[in-house]
Design a protein around this ligand. Structure first.
Ligand SMILES: [Zn+2]
Ligand SMILES: [Zn+2]
Length: 302
C-alpha cells in the first residue's frame, strides 16, 4: 500500500527510471567500450567485469530494498480516534503529549516520538529522515540502512568506473602512439563514439559520486549525532526562539539529544550483526517491538 501510494509521485518515478538507466548505461560502457577493447584476452577483463557487476548487483539490491521496504509507517487506527479531549486542552499538550507522543491531524492518529508526517507518502514515518525521490520512498527507521548501503555502492561504482575509464583512455592513447591502433579510415567514426561514451560516463560518475558521498556523510553524521535533519531544523528553530525570549522568564524548550555511544547508534540502524553484515541488504530485526509501540528504551548493549 505504502509503495503504491509513493509510486504516484511523478518526480520519484522519473528518478527511479533515471537511476536504473544510469546503472545499465554504466555497465554497458564499462563492458563494451572499456573492458573488451582494453583488457580483452586478459584475466583483468574477467576480474574487473566480475567485481564491477557485483558492485552494481549489490547497488540494485540495496536500492530495491530501500524502494520497496516499509520505512516505518505509523499504523493507522482501525477505528476513528476521538481527539476532542486533546483539542479542549491547551495547545502545548496537543503538540507534545505524554512521553513525546504526538497527534497527527492528517493521519488522525497518535504517533510515537521522532515520527513525522510525510506529505508525499501521506503517512507518519518513524524517525523520518527525509523523503527521497531517488528511492521514491521515505528514508525512515526501517529502511535507512538500505538507503545508506545504496549510497555506499553508488559511490563505489562511480569511483570504479572513473578509474576504469581513465585507465582505458590512457591505454588507447598509448596504443595509438605506438601504432597498435586500428587503421585510421575504419576506426575514425567509432573512435569519436568511444570518446563520447567515456566523457558521458565520466560526467555521470563524477556527478553521482560527489552527490552520494555528500549524502552518505550527512547520513552518518545524522546517525552518530542521533538527530535527523528534521529534528536538527526543529531544534535550531527552538534554540533561536529560546535565545530571542531569553530575556523573559520562559523556560527553555530545546530538546536535548540522547547521549548514546556512537556504535550503539550505528547498531540501531545497521543491526546487531557483525560489521561485515552491514555491507549487505540483509534484514535485521527492527528496534520496534510490535505494532504501534516504540523503542524509547535506551539501548546501550554494544
Ligand atoms: Zn501523519
Ligand atoms: Zn515520504
Amino acid at each position: 500500500m505504502a509503495f503504491l501510494r509513493c509510486r504516484r509521485d511523478p518526480c520519484g518515478f522519473i528518478c527511479l527510471i533515471l537511476t536504473y538507466f544510469s546503472v545499465f548505461y554504466a555497465d554497458y560502457v564499462v563492458i563494451q567500450y572499456v573492458l573488451i577493447p582494453a583488457y580483452s584476452g586478459s584475466v583483468w577483463c574477467t576480474l574487473h567485469g566480475s567485481v564491477f557487476n557485483l558492485i552494481l548487483l549489490l547497488l540494485l539490491a540495496c536500492h530495491s530494498k530501500a524502494v520497496f521496504s516499509d520505512p516505518g509507517m505509523v499504523p493507522l487506527p482501525e477505528t476513528a480516534i476521538d481527539f476532542s479531549d486533546l483539542r479542549s486542552q491547551n495547545s502545548h499538550m496537543n503538540e507534545r503529549g505524554c512521553e513525546g507522543w504526538t497527534v497527527c491531524s492528517r493521519c488522525e492518529t497518535y504517533r510515537p516520538p521522532r515520527a513525522h508526517h510525510c506529505r508525499v507518502c501521506q503517512r507518519c514515518i518513524r524517525r523520518m529522515d527525509h523523503h527521497c525521490p531517488w528511492i521514491n520512498n521515505c528514508v525512515g527507521e526501517l529502511n535507512q540502512k538500505y538507503f545508506i548501503q545504496f549510497l555506499f555502492y553508488t559511490g563505489m561504482a562511480s569511483l570504479y568506473s572513473m578509474a576504469l575509464v581513465v585507465s582505458a583512455w590512457v591505454w588507447r592513447i598509448r596504443s595509438e602512439r605506438d601504432g597498435e591502433g586500428e587503421k585510421e579510415g575504419e576506426e575514425s567514426p567509432s573512435k569519436h563514439l568511444i570518446v563520447a561514451h567515456y566523457i558521458i560516463l565520466l560526467v555521470e560518475s563524477v556527478l553521482f559520486g560527489v552527490f552520494v558521498m555528500v549524502i552518505f556523510y550527512d547520513q552518518l553524521v545524522s546517525i552518530i549525532t542521533d538527530e535527523t535533519p528534521i529534528e536538527h531544523l526543529r531544534n535550531r528553530l527552538m534554540k533561536d526562539r529560546t535565545s530571542i525570549t531569553s530575556s523573559t522568564s520562559e523556560p527553555p524548550t530545546h530538546i536535548p539529544h540522547t547521549r548514546k555511544p556512537k556504535l550503539a547508534l550505528l547498531r540501531e540502524v545497521f543491526g546487531r550483526g557483525s560489521v561485515f553484515c552491514w555491507l549487505f541488504p540483509l534484514h535485521s530485526s527492527p528496534p520496534t517491538v510490535g505494532g504501534i509501540s516504540y523503542s524509547a528504551v535506551p539501548d546501550y548493549d554494544v
